[in-house]
Design a protein around this ligand. Structure first.
Ligand SMILES: [Zn+2]
Length: 129
């Protein structure tokens, strides 16, 4: 398991020590280049949960009073520590066009705009021909 600390460089050594200590011999956490790599010493599956590591990182952030500044994401055996707001979320919702005035209707299929509801219905019928 790997924890990406590229945005958490100053505290990664301390965090690695914290994780090792809290896992009480179940694993060791080592700093390797920009990441913390967690080596599990036990084959027992309850020691292999990324949920457990995430909650340890969160409690570490809380003790440092940093929980408001960082957020965690995880994917399989990988956990990232990111400055809040640093993750680029694809703006799929931008297609919703929320800025239209309330009396303007937009065709969901092509973006055709009209203020006349019957005209829009007539227009939308074209897409089903
Ligand atoms: Zn249309």
């Amino acid at each position: 398991m790997r924890v990406d600390c590229s945005q958490f460089a100053e505290l990664k050594v301390e965090l690695a020590g914290y994780i090792s200590e809290k896992l009480e011999g179940g694993a060791i956490a080592l700093v390797q280049s920009g990441d913390i790599v967690i080596d599990w010493l036990s084959e027992s599956p309850q020691y292999r949960s990324s949920v457990q590591i995430i909650s340890l990182i969160q409690s570490f952030l809380t003790t440092k009073d940093l929980s408001g500044e960082y957020e965690l994401n995880s994917f399989e055996d990988f956990i990232g520590i990111h400055l809040r707001g640093g993750i680029q979320i694809p703006k799929r919702s931008a297609r919703k066009q929320p800025d239209l005035p309330p009396n303007v209707l937009r065709c969901a299929h092509c973006g055709y705009v009209t203020s006349d509801e019957s005209a829009l219905r007539l227009h939308e019928r074209l897409h089903y021909l």
